[in-house]
Design a protein around this ligand. Structure first.
Ligand SMILES: C[S@@+](CC[C@H](N)C(=O)[O-])C[C@H]1O[C@@H](n2cnc3c(N)ncnc32)[C@H](O)[C@@H]1O
Length: 195
């Protein structure tokens, strides 16, 4: 990244952490909410090798939009889908403030009609909520995306890999943020790297 892009990324991350602090105070202090922010700097490192002209990026559960906007800054055609409409409003405002073309849909990242049927029969999906699928709003099915980013809560990974297996392309990169083990890079259901 050149100096100008580095400065732009830093300003975005700084603002993102301020938005997170406000959210923690105004929302999370009073009730449970599934939004927890990933380590933006670590996610940026994971994203860098995957950028390229015309590549499409999707964030599952884009919350305040910081990571989708980072992807837009890196040249991806960047989209985020988030279930909480208030967070979508926040993300759109952040994109406007940073003159970003990142686009956000209010809805679920689960494709319409998707149901999780794991082989062990335990189909619980943790904190993943339900709502109308967001893909129609963004105008692209999951198979159009080259890179997908997500930050699951513990126990949600299997369902996300299943969604990719059913609806993604075999060459799509799935970047899965973890709390203690960096960002896992999946391709065709296998971990190919950890950043
Ligand atoms: C752990 S947070 C991660 C936020 C952001 N991706 C990050 O890494 O900083 C998970 C987010 O997914 C959202 N979410 C939960 N279920 C969803 C669904 N079915 N479709 C879209 N977003 C969902 C939550 O509202 C929350 O904002």
């Amino acid at each position: 990244m050149d100096e100008a892009l580095t400065a732009r990324m830093k300003a975005l991350c700084d603002e993102g952490w301020e938005v997170w602090d406000r959210f923690a105070l105004e929302v999370r202090q009073h009730e449970f909410h599934p939004f927890v922010a990933a380590d933006y700097e670590a996610v940026l490192e994971a994203l860098l090798p995957h950028r390229g002209p015309g590549r499409k990026f999707l964030e599952w559960g884009s919350a305040t939009g910081v990571i989708t906007i980072m992807a837009d800054f890196l040249g991806f055609d960047a989209y985020g889908i988030e279930l909480d409409p208030d967070l979508v409003t926040t993300a759109r405002a952040l994109a406007a403030k940073f003159d970003s073309g990142a686009q956000f849909a209010s809805g679920s990242f689960l494709p319409a009609g998707y149901q999780f049927h794991p082989s062990d029969g335990d189909g619980r999906i943790g904190t993943i909520g339900s709502g109308p699928s967001g893909y129609l709003q963004i105008g692209h099915p999951l198979e159009d995306f080259d890179v997908v980013f997500t930050f699951p809560w513990g126990g949600e990974e299997a369902m996300m890999l299943d969604v990719m297996r059913c609806y993604g392309r075999p060459d799509t990169i799935l970047l899965m943020n973890t709390v203690n083990s960096g960002v896992k890079v999946y391709q065709a259901g296998q971990v190919v790297a950890t950043v």
